[in-house]
Design a protein around this ligand. Sequence first.
Ligand SMILES: CC(C)(COP(=O)(O)OP(=O)(O)OC[C@H]1O[C@@H](n2cnc3c(N)ncnc32)[C@H](O)[C@@H]1OP(=O)(O)O)[C@@H](O)C(=O)NCCC(=O)NCCS
Length: 281
Amino acid sequence: MAVLRTLASMLSLFDSEADSRDLEANRRKAVKLTAQFPTLIAAFHRYRKGEEPIAPDLKLSHAENFLYMMHGKKPEAEMAKALDAYLILLADHGLNASTFAARVTVATESDMYSGITSAIGTLKGDLHGSANQRAMEMILEINTPDRAVAYVEDLLAHKKKVMGFGHRIYKKQDPRATAFRAIAERMCEKAGDKHWMEISNRVEKVMWDRKQIPCNVDFFSASVLYLLGFPVDFFTTVFAASRISGWTAHVIEQLSDNRLIRPSAVYTGPKDQHYVPMSRR
Ligand SMILES: CC(C)(COP(=O)(O)OP(=O)(O)OC[C@H]1O[C@@H](n2cnc3c(N)ncnc32)[C@H](O)[C@@H]1OP(=O)(O)O)[C@@H](O)C(=O)NCCC(=O)NCCS
């Protein structure tokens, strides 16, 4: 995410329209950024492995190209369909933290690249976009289904968050999680490996039994990204590759009827304090 945040900011240096707030210029930037994100992510993945990046193939779809540039071979139709579903389901979600950050940034009449850079920095947090990475790390650490219940109970006993569970808005069910459960099930069946599903199902059940907290979009989608061959520390960048379409749409909407976003704060600290000179403190 640090690399993606830096590269997204750097892209503005290669765009002669970077500072333009004109609608058409911003539409062009939105399309370019949506195309560039998977290319940047896949290129970095390959550089990190000491391999040359692969140029996108114009005959492939957006999702097919992403997998092709990551893994160096054209993906099976079902794999591309799963990633396509991921890119659609994560594309936008109202005023979530990263989208809000993008809107706050451009509402000062700053540029789209600055807004997107703020959004990536905000998505990076564990309570937002990185929950998919943390959820998969947990599933991998649990390792066998019979360890799942004790593992979760231990986290809860120590008042720790179970990643991929809970949501500010969805208190009973996150509809995207339902879709990803089905996709993950199909992929596990196809791979002939039910291991990850069994662990995930047990984690989900114990979270519901003990806390009545449902899983969110990041829980089962983590297994989907894993089965698609994305390295675990790349999961949040794939989220960003989807959400870039929502972020840029929100930036355009914000600028179409802009007003500075400036919340006020209510002071709740001590009042009527008297000044004490430094020498008497
Ligand atoms: C997303 C999240 C920040 C929403 O928070 P929220 O609606 O403000 O919920 P709260 O933080 O007020 O939590 C309410 C209660 O549920 C508990 N809780 C919420 N999510 C939990 C989780 N994932 N694991 C364990 N307990 C959780 C809280 O500890 C709190 O318990 P308490 O009342 O005993 O203190 C929170 O659920 C979370 O941190 N989830 C894990 C990170 C994650 O998956 N983020 C991706 C979101 S799409």
